[in-house]
Design a protein around this ligand. Structure first.
Ligand SMILES: [Zn+2]
Length: 58
């Protein structure tokens, strides 16, 4: 099995997708630290995960 990589949507660094990663899984970019969501595994597609803000609600 080959290690898959996809470009980070934030900084375009190659982000390694862990073996056995699932769709909708969250990973973080090792380069810029952005939280990324695996939108699609085939073809591999990453998107920035929605920000979890402290001021959410209340
Ligand atoms: Zn990045």
């Amino acid at each position: 099995m080959t290690t898959q990589t996809a470009p980070c949507p934030e900084c375009e660094a190659d982000v390694r997708i862990p073996a056995g990663a699932m769709q909708n899984e969250l990973i973080s970019c090792p380069d810029c630290g952005a939280e990324l969501e695996i939108l699609n595994l085939n073809p591999l597609e990453l998107a920035l995960a929605p920000d979890v803000e402290e001021d959410w609600g209340e």
